[in-house]
Design a protein around this ligand. Structure first.
Ligand code: FAD
Length: 535
């Protein structure tokens, strides 16, 4: 038997998946009956002209066919099996952080027979949900349990986009694990899979049950506040209440908002470097407008996914290059508060599985490099640890200014997109999906001038790409500052810190991987390294 991948099979929106069989048979020069098996591998929407699905399909045939066009012979009848490990030594691995990186890392180790301990400062999702709601509806922030911290990590109250540009066989493993835990099968074939907050919360509970069944100890409300170091290694992690947990290795999966941890790691001389990131605002448009811009006269066709967009503009070259781009677009979603410290606002976006909300939101951000970190002038924290944490100081200052401009209570400063472009404050602002509420103002004072000027310039490009983007109905909400980590904890070819020999920095907080799937992949990678060393 042979297996072939047939690329670019076109399926109309109204056509059932069963129509793929005759189409694939035709492409292979066979009759439909000669195909032993047909599997949809990937489908992506082609919205040029009348929208349709472009599909990649695997077909199993009895005998060889002539290869032509977009047909590739696949090496085996099934995909290569996942590597199995058989660790001979039983070590105590502590994983700090139950976001995607920590969860997948702990799972991979536990399924191979280790008994890792997974610690998170936040709460399990069922309790965390109440805390997130308290922040959204009453402006009450708990510093350990919020949109960034708690079970599932930063991506739990999110759109749950599961696409990544990382090309790694572990992408499939991550998606299959999500399906095993109750996620929809569809994510295995969608070109742009997403889950939505409603599904993510249920998945986190299932993940916890799986980990515990595998022998992993999962603990919440466990804020790691220090390490005990012996001979250049972590011998125990110390919790805020003084509890000491001995360990042989530590996986650091704390996400991009673990600011106090960066400080004490820097205090221990752990090698870290400054890292560029991006800052800006969230923009909210009517979703019907985005659908019309993207799909034109076909916008109302049955079966069309809620439209998304991706925008980018580039200014300057080489060292002077600065990118302005859309980030983490949430179709049919809502803008959410994602601060972790009092007196500072930052925002992000989420949506539900159905993406049926009336509004579309996305970050519009400008790249910020280490040489820009001082551009607010003299702010608290600047210059600490030889400037290592200046990126954090930069983020914090924008968040502080946003909090003040909103008037307190996590009310966010906001401005009509057209007013922002025209340099005019907005007094009268429409209601937005941001639940704590918005205050119409002038956003230009929230960032150094280069951020504002680049954003304004990019809006012209964006309007050329998406005609109608610059509308009176679009509102900018501030500020979006935590697009990725402002530092990277340097690791060597064994993925351990170059300073502490049994500390594995992983995921977004350590500066490796951004986004749910890439953080999860990084977690798997570190687990495999540890398992390999224990074989
Ligand atoms: P995190 O998910 O940040 O997890 C870190 C964990 O460490 C947290 O649970 C935290 O409580 C814990 N922790 C921190 N410090 C300590 C400590 N001292 N002691 C104990 N525990 C600690 N990405 C996508 O790919 N798709 C999306 O649609 C998407 N939407 C997003 C929407 C929102 C609102 C946000 C905030 C992020 C979104 N992201 C999205 C980004 C994505 O969530 C992150 O890239 C991803 O979660 C990073 O995973 P991580 O495991 O590295 O860290």
């Amino acid at each position: 038997m042979k297996r072939y991948r047939v690329h670019g099979v076109v399926l109309g929106l109204e056509e059932p998946e069963s129509e793929l069989r005759p189409k694939v048979a035709k492409a292979l020069g066979l009759s439909a009956g000669e195909l032993l098996d047909v599997t949809l591998v990937k489908r992506s929407l082609d919205a040029r002209g009348r929208p349709s699905w472009t599909c990649n399909v695997d077909a199993v045939t009895q005998s060889a066919v002539n290869l032509k066009g977009d047909i590739v012979e696949m090496p085996g009848l099934t995909d290569a099996p996942k590597r199995l490990f058989n660790p001979k030594k039983d070590e105590r691995v502590v994983v700090i952080g139950a976001g995607p990186a920590g969860l997948f890392c702990a799972h991979r180790m536990a399924e191979a027979g280790l008994k890792p301990i997974l610690l998170d400062r936040g709460e399990p999702v069922e309790i965390r949900g109440r805390h997130v709601s308290g922040l959204m509806h009453r402006g009450e922030l708990l510093e350990d349990s919020n949109i960034c911290f708690g079970e599932g990590g930063a991506g739990t109250w999110s759109d749950g986009k599961l696409y990544t540009r990382v090309n790694d066989t572990r992408v499939r493993e991550v998606l299959e694990t999500i399906v095993e835990l109750g996620g929809p099968q569809q994510i295995l074939v969608e070109g742009k899979p997403h889950l939505g907050t409603d599904r993510l919360v249920a998945l986190c509970k299932a993940f916890r049950a799986r980990l515990e069944a595998e022998g992993c100890e999962v603990r919440f409300g466990a804020f790691v506040s220090d390490f005990e170091l012996k001979n250049g290694e972590v011998s125990a992690v110390i919790l805020r209440d003084g509890e000491r947990i001995e360990c042989d290795r530590v996986v650091l999966a704390v996400g991009h908002s673990a600011r106090e941890m960066y400080r004490w790691l820097a205090g221990y001389g752990v090698e870290m470097v400054q890292k560029p990131f991006a800052v800006g605002f969230r923009v909210e448009h009517p979703q019907t407008l985005i659908n019309e811009i993207q799909y034109g006269k076909f916008a109302k066709l049955e079966g069309l996914p809620t439209a998304d967009y991706r925008l980018a503009a580039n200014f300057g070259k080489g060292d002077a290059h600065r990118g302005v781009y859309s980030f983490c677009m949430c179709p049919g979603g809502q803008v959410v508060p994602s601060p972790t410290q009092p007196g500072g606002i930052c925002v992000n976006g989420m949506s539900h599985a159905a993406r049926k909300g009336l509004w579309a939101n996305s970050a519009l951000v400008v790249s910020v490099k280490p040489e820009d970190f001082g551009s607010f002038g003299d702010v608290e924290g600047l210059g600490d640890f030889d400037g290592l944490l200046d990126g954090v100081a930069f983020q914090r200052e924008a968040e502080r200014r946003a909090y003040e401009a909103g008037g307190g209570g996590f009310i966010a400063p906001a401005q009509k997109l057209t007013d922002f472009k025209a340099g005019k404050p907005t007094a009268d602002i429409r209601k937005t999906t941001y639940k704590p509420g918005v205050h119409g103002t002038d956003l230009t004072g929230l960032y150094p001038a280069f951020v504002i000027e680049h954003l304004k310039a990019a809006l012209e490009n964006f309007e050329r790409t998406l005609r109608g983007f610059m509308t009176e109905d679009a509102v900018l909400i501030g500020v979006e500052t935590r697009t990725s980590s402002p530092v990277q904890v340097v690791r060597n070819e064994r993925y351990v810190s170059r300073t502490i020999q049994n500390l594995y920095p992983v995921g977004e907080g350590a500066g490796y991987g951004g986004g749910i799937v890439s953080a999860a992949i990084d977690g798997l990678r570190i687990a495999e390294q540890i398992l390999e060393e224990l074989e």
